[in-house]
Design a protein around this ligand. Structure first.
Ligand code: GSH
Length: 212
């Protein structure tokens, strides 16, 4: 059978999601760590974003589509609930995180530290400060959703948890978001339990190089 190939840099939260999903399923894969808008990515993704995936003659883009394919094409523990309600709830949290949490917490807040676009390369304070009130609310919502079982849906790991984890992890790297996460005890517990999973240990990106 053809080998699965996951394309995109390890630091991307969405690449990390599909790598965790493949590892949870026990699916070996070739990892091609290339940046967005490189020929390997552009060959699959019409807008050059990562992740992209290849499996034999199957080529896919969009992390949710890739993770769903991995879940359904291979043996291994199911990553989506089997029942209609649980399945829809997992879809709900994935969509909510991808359309509300990621745009604020990653694209607006984290990117303002990592790729600030300021003349001297310093963090983009206006964009960071503007994100904080919405982030506060979003993290409280996630904390409440995790309070009952420690998972977003049901009482075991689903793609909804996997999809959230990289964002929660990265939020601990920056001062305002680190303080916010620490104020949400269920979210802290979720991050700790995810960090203990072999799938997360095996796929955690290397820390960023120290700046002088
Ligand atoms: N909805 C897409 C989002 C993918 C995405 O935004 N990837 C980022 C890296 S985390 C990217 O490729 N950014 C480069 C760009 O937007 O040009 C997914 O779930 O795969």
């Amino acid at each position: 059978m053809a080998q699965l190939e996951i394309i995109g840099v390890a630091q991307s939260n969405y690449v990390w999601v599909v790598r965790i999903a493949a590892t949870e399923k026990g699916v070996p894969y070739k990892f091609t760590p290339v940046r967005p808008h490189t020929p390997e990515v552009d060959a699959i993704h019409p807008f050059g974003k990562i992740p992209a995936m290849r499996h034999g003659d199957v080529e896919l883009f969009e992390s949710k589509a890739i993770a769903t394919y991995i879940d359904r094409a291979f043996q291994g523990p199911a990553l989506m609930p089997a029942d209609a309600k649980g399945y829809a709830q997992a879809e709900q949290w994935i969509s909510c995180v991808n359309t509300i949490v990621d745009p604020t917490c990653v694209r607006q807040y984290i990117v303002s530290y990592v790729f600030p676009g300021t003349p001297d390369g310093s963090p983009n304070r206006p964009k960071i400060d503007a994100a904080l009130p919405a982030m506060e609310k979003q993290l409280a919502v996630l904390d409440k959703a995790l309070a009952k079982t420690g998972h977003l849906v049901g009482d075991k790991l689903t793609l909804a948890d996997i999809n959230l984890f990289p964002i929660a992890f990265y939020l601990q790297r920056f001062p305002e978001s680190k303080a916010m996460v620490q104020g949400q005890k269920h979210l802290v517990g979720f991050i700790e339990r995810m960090l203990a999973r072999p799938s997360v240990k095996a796929t955690t990106p290397p820390p960023p190089p120290k700046k002088d």
